[in-house]
Design a protein around this ligand. Structure first.
Ligand SMILES: Cc1cc2nc3c(=O)[nH]c(=O)nc-3n(C[C@H](O)[C@H](O)[C@H](O)COP(=O)(O)OP(=O)(O)OC[C@H]3O[C@@H](n4cnc5c(N)ncnc54)[C@H](O)[C@@H]3O)c2cc1C
Length: 657
């Protein structure tokens, strides 16, 4: 069979081609606690006078992008930074509620760098790279100092020391927080640092500008094609290196807790230009979200995991019990997480809590409309701590819940259900955060790096800021030390070709003039993804999904209706380009899921479970990162495996019992 034929055969292998194994070659081969120090020392430096001759493009100004732009600007590089919002302060990072982890051990409860490393490797179900995770744990302690120095108002105890709380999958208190607005406060800190560099003219900020293509010259990432979202103007920008800090792709599911604008376009376009996409099927479904209330919704709302510190999760013991929850006595309630997982209780990791919620709902014991909900109850906490203490800790989250549902969570338990929240997959990067295209770096949620098959709560902010403030600024020098690279401008054939591709695609989207809205396609794609590539995946379901996604993609290109023109602010056109990329990504996610015939973390294959319904890994067959290479439209993608080796944490079946 030729590569260009897409198969209907029942063999998962016929959906892809097996390529050569790959490996990270940047992490030094020394004991794990010396690797980062050794790499930092080994990476070449660029002297301050030469930094002024070098330029870096950073796409994205959320926590990962603005921290990198501010730090590289301060170092003296010429930085251009782009985002599609009207201000860096509106990046999706602002939505982060619960907190940021760091191994400070302020509580003296047994925490350490090693324990954070261990918890993260185990929490990720042994599908993350040990070297990266150890470095993340090491750097975590510096992040808190950096943010405190910036004036981030972390919560403090009565005596003035920084306060901590716990998140899922751990037995220590290491999460630093600013009420339920941690992301917002951290972003304001990073934004201030960025603004300072904008004023110092080391960073040139371009808001309302969307990257639509990567420009690769002689095998190196050298620039981007950008659309001015207000005028429709197509621009090219060039630099010695390009950084993508463009966030996650959870919105492929249409309904998620992500901001509505979050999309995959930047990383997907880079993927099509040669950057490997790693573990695309690793999606995190968060257990505590406000349940879907109807067909009208375009977004779901998270109730922070921090609520599981004091809230207790339960359903009635009997599915027939339709009483008001306050009237259901203790003996008729099933606090199922406390029952099944006594050591971690309500603070089991997200993948485990989500699946457990799904299981009790599948048994017919779910609460609320459609039976798709479980209770998160604060009655005990209010009785124990008093309402003012609960208000101080979680007040804004309670208000948000009350505004959305019309119910008062101080009086009656919240109703929650799992929803798509975060994507552990992303562009493949080595220890230096460099993608498989030299000169392309990827930070924050956009890379696949540190979380394996399941991210622990409060670790995304930690990773985004570790990447932007500390890791990238130490590793990118090693690449830039060979620069400045030969000058490239808009007349270069690679630039002309990239601009032509962007313009042709926009023209095509505007000319279909069909009968269906972009949103109707996105909604249908999301439904297919949720039903077949969501909380539970099966061989049969994934095959169905692949067939339907391919049909839908065809229909999209022949029947989508995008009104307006390119030369204006045109949100339908913006969305159309993003949804077109979601179709291609959705297909790869299903293929990745199909090939990974094991369960691990958030990737639950029904065919691979323990007798009591837990995820059953197959370490002999699948202890690898899947790094996918694009090989052309309608051609099978190539799978490169990066074998994962565990030298420091013993691989075993996870247990939170
Ligand atoms: C509701 C919610 C609550 C959360 N709470 C927590 C928490 O408490 N703790 C925790 O650790 N994590 C939390 N997370 C996860 C965390 O917020 C994110 O993973 C993290 O903020 C992502 O940061 P980022 O900088 O990588 O991306 P983002 O903040 O998404 O920023 C992406 C940037 O890229 C830009 N961009 C994207 N594409 C393009 C393009 N094509 N052209 C130009 N610009 C582009 C955007 O404009 C934006 O500036 C939460 C997530 C959600 C959804």
């Amino acid at each position: 069979m030729t590569n260009s034929e897409m198969p209907d055969s029942l063999d998962a292998n016929s959906f892809y081609i097996e390529g050569a194994d790959i490996a990270d070659t940047k992490a030094p081969q020394v004991p794990i606690d010396r690797r980062w120090e050794e790499r930092r020392f080994g990476a070449r430096l660029v002297n301050p006078a030469n930094r002024r001759k070098l330029s870096v493009i950073i796409v994205g100004s959320g926590l990962a992008g603005s921290s990198a732009a501010a730090t590289l600007g301060e170092a003296g590089y010429n930085v251009k930074c782009f985002c599609y919002q009207d201000s860096p302060r509106r990046a999706h990072s602002i939505a982060a509620q619960g907190g940021i982890n760091a191994a400070k051990n302020y509580r003296n409860d047994g925490d350490s760098v090693y324990r954070l490393f261990y918890d993260t490797v185990k929490g990720g179900d042994f599908r993350a790279r040990e070297s990266n995770v150890y470095r993340l744990a090491e750097v975590s302690v510096e992040i808190i100092d950096q943010c405190v120095a910036q004036g981030v108002p972390f919560a403090r105890e009565y005596g003035g020391l920084l306060d901590n709380r716990s998140f899922g999958g751990v037995q220590v208190s290491r999460t630093f927080y600013a009420r339920g607005q941690t992301g917002q406060q951290l972003l304001i800190g990073a934004y201030q640092a960025l603004e300072r560099q904008i004023a110092a003219e080391t960073v040139e900020m371009h808001t309302r500008h969307e990257m639509l293509e990567l420009i690769v010259v002689d095998g190196r990432a050298r620039g981007v094609v950008i659309r001015d979202m207000v005028t429709g103007g197509i621009e090219t920008h060039f630099a010695d290196a390009v950084v993508l800090a463009t966030g996650g792709y959870g919105n492929v599911f249409y309904l998620s807790t992500n901001a509505v604008g979050c999309n995959v376009t930047a990383t997907w376009r880079a993927h099509r230009k040669g950057a490997y996409f790693a573990n695309p099927c690793f999606t995190q479904i968060h257990p505590t979200c406000i349940p879907v209330s109807g067909e009208h919704q375009s977004k779901l709302t998270l109730m922070s995991e921090s609520l599981r510190n004091d809230g207790r999760i339960w359903v009635p013991k009997s599915g027939e019990d339709k009483r008001d929850p306050r009237e259901i006595p203790e003996q008729d309630r099933d606090y199922y997480l406390e029952r099944i997982y006594p050591s971690f209780g309500n603070l089991v990791p997200r993948d485990i809590a989500s699946r457990a919620a799904k299981n009790v709902c599948d048994e017919g014991r779910g609460v609320g409309p459609g039976g798709l909900g479980v209770y998160l109850d604060f009655a005990d906490a209010i009785a124990r701590l008093g309402r003012p203490a609960v208000e101080t800790k979680y007040g804004n989250l309670f208000n948000m819940y009350a505004q959305i549902t019309g119910e008062d969570p101080y009086q009656t338990p919240m109703r929650i259900y799992p929803a798509v929240h975060y994507t552990m997959g992303g562009l493949w990067v080595d220890y230096d955060l460099q993608a498989s295209i030299p000169g392309l770096y990827v930070t924050g949620e956009a890379n696949f790096s540190d979380h394996g098959a399941n991210r622990l709560g409060a670790s995304a902010l930690m990773q985004g800021l570790a990447d932007g403030y500390f890791v990238l600024p130490s590793t990118i020098n090693d690449y830039l030390a060979d620069g400045p690279f030969p000058k490239v401008d808009e007349s270069h054939p690679a630039a002309l070709e990239a601009v032509e591709a962007v313009s042709a695609r926009i023209d095509k989207l505007l000319s279909v003039n069909g009968s269906r809205t972009v949103d109707s396609f996105h909604k249908e794609l999301g439904r297919v993804m949720w039903d077949y590539c969501g909380m539970e995946r099966s061989e049969e379901g994934l095959r169905k999904a692949l067939t339907r996604i391919r049909e839908l993609k065809k229909e999209f290109w022949s029947d989508v209706r995008v009104l307006g023109t390119n030369e204006e602010l045109n949100q339908a056109l913006e969305r159309a380009g993003r949804v077109a990329d979601f179709f291609e990504l959705g297909e790869l996610m299903c293929i990745d899921s199909l090939v990974r015939r094991e369960s691990c973390g958030g990737h639950f294959r029904v065919e691979s479970q323990t007798p009591d319904g837990e995820a059953l890994r197959d370490d002999d067959g699948f202890a690898y990162v899947s790094a996918w290479e694009f090989s052309g439209d309608d051609r099978r993608p190539v799978l490169h495996k990066e074998p994962l080796v565990y030298e420091y944490v013993e691989m075993k079946q996870r247990s939170y019992k």
